[in-house]
Design a protein around this ligand. Sequence first.
Ligand SMILES: Nc1nc2c(ncn2[C@@H]2O[C@H](COP(=O)(O)OP(=O)(O)O)[C@@H](O)[C@H]2O)c(=O)[nH]1
Ligand SMILES: [Mg+2]
Length: 312
Amino acid sequence: MAGIASLEKPQVASKEKTLKISVIIPTMNEPAISKVVDDARQALRHFDTEIIVVDKSIDDTPRKAKKAGAIVVPQSDVGYGNAYAVGFSSVAHDADIVVMMDGDNTYDAYEIPMLIDPIVNGQADVCLGNRFARMEPGAMNARNRIGNQLITGVINTLYRLKLKDSQTGFRALRKTALDALEMTDDGMPFASEMIIDARKKSMRIVEVPITYRQRMGEAKLKAYKDGSLIFSLIIRMVRDYNPFAIFLTIGLILILGSLLSGSYVVYEWLTRGIITHLALTILSAMLFMGGIQVISFGLLADIIITALRVKR
Ligand SMILES: Nc1nc2c(ncn2[C@@H]2O[C@H](COP(=O)(O)OP(=O)(O)O)[C@@H](O)[C@H]2O)c(=O)[nH]1
Ligand SMILES: [Mg+2]
């Protein structure tokens, strides 16, 4: 694979100690942090492991994390993406694999060995945990589920992927792959940015089924913020992508539909000299005009995107 060096380290068991795993956990007042760090240490006891907690708390989270054996790095700025930027720059340079997980006990740290397995085996550069596989009732509300599926659908369509859960926070990356990635967003869109950049760089992205549990402590992501971030993300993705092909396809489908339904109207008019199906006539005209409008919109969007690209 271009630009990504292979680990060239044989599979788990005997060689576990030779693999260095770096686990990064961003925290903002997480009451479950002791358990999360303990579980991660225990789950990775056969590996050379470091656990980095990037903290932005006002409670005793950093003290608890340190006591449980984590390296605590305070975050001076704010944001989920920024916390990971700080975490990534703190990773030991001899680390082989970097694991990302929350400090809220929603993910099961005992599943880390399973998550890193495709990377250890040389089958993947980025491994994402699919929470929909084993989701505890109440672990994700309907709003977040719909938002996630909307974003995942857009990412899959625009970047030709087949992901089930693009917003998962339980991820593993080959260190050399991580070093090649370029993310800039300080907030939640960072998670999508990572997948898109990995895809653009032709990295191998795989999903594995994971467990997703109810959160301990308060969620940091709020409804209005989630919503606006979802929309700004979609706008950014559409901006970065050439939408003309999509609009042209939709427009042509509408025009084709109008020709099919309209041909009956025209046939009747030519053979009998009258039009009896008024509704069909109106539908045909609307489909045709709709098709032309969609194509015109695509052209306009293309002009705007080209102008934005020149500016940037
Ligand atoms: N250091 C730091 N951690 C954050 C920040 N925002 C969220 N987190 C942590 O990032 C993880 C994910 O946030 P969470 O509220 O669980 O989001 P969700 O899993 O998408 O519902 C949790 O461990 C949070 O404590 C931040 O600005 N700074
Ligand atoms: Mg969480």
